[in-house]
Design a protein around this ligand. Structure first.
Ligand code: HEM
Ligand SMILES: *[C@@H]1O[C@H](CO)[C@@H](O)[C@H](O)[C@H]1NC(C)=O
Ligand SMILES: *[C@@H]1O[C@H](CO)[C@@H](O)[C@H](O)[C@H]1NC(C)=O
Length: 489
């Protein structure tokens, strides 16, 4: 007993010693270790990363190193210098950190899968010919789910629901039916997935209590089971995305057990962002009448051009440009997409900033970009950055605006919802089409409004900064009913 205590004390002493011996060297970014040994700023970081990093930016400027749970993380917040990190595949590596997360969150280890081969495989499905096939299948599922959810309720009867669950549930189930093979358990998968997704940030930070850990474990196992049902029952559809994924993993030498686990990773990657994005987009429209008016007028114009009703209406979206809706989407993502781009320093590196300054980065540390703070919420780039302005990404002649400046220099990165570089979202084109289709479908099929005209959007759940699309804390209640006739805008 006494010896355990002594060993514990020695261990603690070593930790404190190691911690306090790190000092800022010449040419290194400002170092901020926080007041708790080893943990450093971990608690503040996990609670609200955006608030914490904004405070650090205020204190130290565009680059600084913080201690987070035993790791030293250099945070770079100058978008003009992002390429120095994004482009570097020699001194910086993103696979190790990713593999740790996959193991922790999905109990998944795929050492034999080559990242480049996986990206190539993904692109084959989510771009080019594969894309239009998926997109039209997605559209069919969205439409039939919307109508079947309404079947048991009189056509002109108003319903009330939270907008977040409405959007997430529809897009998730349609996405699941489009990509995966089991067709009769979409609702069950959605329900279980939401349970898992709600604990995901805590799993990633290893901050679960016992009860939560148990829930996360059983939820993960239940999802593995649900996701492999289609395959086991022999109902698997040839040529489906899921089947092609199994083939790919097989070729890469992945065993059956890990193949099943990998399905949950793919379910998360492909389904966790579009629903929340659609929620924020519609939420902003419903709480900003002039934005809604502008989008309705653009959609109405599209429909009126198709006088003979020859096309399924969503084809119109592909055949015509929709600069207003595009701007609304970009503005929504600027405000609510918060990816963290993270790399491990595998060799000592000199980081060249755009302003000519140079900083030394130590091997074993991490580098991290958080584009949500800058460029996305940077007042020097986007005026009144906390406000939703539907026409922020529109020029005066109603074309897409893509020129933004900081210190009078034109910016390559003025918003980064999709990440950048080696692990930029492979599903970007599919996601954009899907969200646009969804908004089009809802505006043409439903009368929809907030329950109270003064209702505001709920605040952001601050624990999700760094995990892609943000989610709300709470929901926005809406009333809606099917239009009679459809397509009257
Ligand atoms: C608005 C919706 C979406 C947003 C904002 C979004 C954003 C992102 C971001 C930021 C990443 C990089 C993650 C990281 O660096 O850790 C990513 C990766 C990825 N996304 Fe999306 N995504 C969306 C929808 C989708 C959809 C609908 C699909 C496919 C159906 C998809 C497929 C992927 C894939 C496969 C990757 C992994 C790329 C790789 O690591 O090689 N995404 N997404
Ligand atoms: C980054 O890489 C791209 C393409 O590989 C290249 O065009 C660009 O000049 C590079 N930028 C920097 C800062 O190295
Ligand atoms: C959950 O699973 C992990 C590893 O898979 C394990 O270490 C942990 O003890 C489990 N938690 C509970 C409460 O059973």
């Amino acid at each position: 007993m006494l010896w355990t205590l002594v060993l514990l004390l020695i261990g603690l002493f070593i930790i404190v010693l190691l911690y306090s011996t790190r000092t800022r060297q010449k040419n290194e970014p400002p170092l901020d270790k926080g007041s708790i040994p080893w943990l450093g700023h971990a608690l503040e970081f996990g609670k609200d990363a955006a608030k914490f990093l904004a405070r650090m930016k205020e204190k130290h400027g565009d680059i600084f190193t913080v201690c987070v749970a035993g790791h030293y993380v250099t945070v770079l917040l100058d978008p003009k210098s992002f390429d120095a990190v994004i482009n570097d595949t020699e001194f910086l590596d993103f696979t190790r950190n990713r593999n740790q997360l996959l193991k922790r969150i999905f109990s998944l280890q795929l050492p034999s899968v080559k990242p480049a081969a996986e990206r190539t495989w993904m692109k084959r499905h989510f771009q080019g010919h594969g894309l239009s096939k998926l997109s039209s299948s997605m559209n069919i599922h969205l439409q039939s789910l919307l109508l079947s959810d309404h079947r048991d309720c009189g056509p002109s009867k108003w319903r009330q629901e939270g907008l977040f669950s409405l959007c997430y549930s529809l897009l998730f189930r349609a996405g699941y039916l489009t990509l995966f093979e089991s067709t009769d358990n979409a609702a069950a998968v959605y329900k279980e997935f939401r349970k898992f997704d709600n604990l995901l940030t805590k799993v990633a930070r290893s901050s679960l209590n016992r009860g939560e850990s148990k829930t996360a474990n059983s939820s993960r196992e239940r999802l593995w089971e649900l996701l492999s049902q289609g395959r086991l029952s022999g109902r698997s559809e040839t040529g489906s995305w899921q089947q092609s994924y199994h083939h790919f993993l097989q070729e890469q030498g992945v065993d059956a057990e890990m193949q099943t686990r990998a399905l949950l990773l793919q379910l998360w990657t492909t389904q966790c962002n579009a629903g929340p994005a659609a929620f924020w987009l519609l939420g902003f429209l419903l709480t900003h009448p002039e934005a809604m008016e502008a989008v309705r007028s653009e959609v109405g114009h599209l429909i009126s051009q198709d006088t003979h009703r020859q096309h399924p209406p969503t084809d119109l979206l592909e055949a015509h440009s929709t600069p207003v809706l595009d701007s609304v989407l970009s503005e929504t993502l600027r405000l609510t997409a918060a990816v963290m781009i993270s790399r491990e320093v595998v060799q000592d590196k000199t980081l060249h900033m755009a302003n000519g300054q140079e900083y030394h980065l130590r091997q074993g540390d991490r580098v991290c970009l958080f584009p949500f703070l800058s460029p996305q919420m940077d007042p020097e780039i986007h005026q009144d950055p906390q406000l939703f302005k539907y026409d922020r990404f529109l020029n005066e002649d109603i074309t897409v605006k893509d020129k933004f400046y900081k210190d009078e220099k034109i910016l390559k990165y003025y918003t980064l919802p999709w990440g950048a570089g080696g692990n930029i979202c492979s599903g970007k084109d599919f996601a954009v089409q899907t969200v646009k289709q969804f908004v089009f479908l809802l505006l043409t099929h439903l009368d929809i409004e907030t329950c109270d005209p003064d209702d505001k959007l709920p605040p952001v759940n601050p624990s999700r900064y760094g995990f892609g699309m943000l989610q709300p804390d709470g929901d926005l209640q809406v009333r809606y009913r099917l239009k009679e006739p459809l397509y009257e805008i």
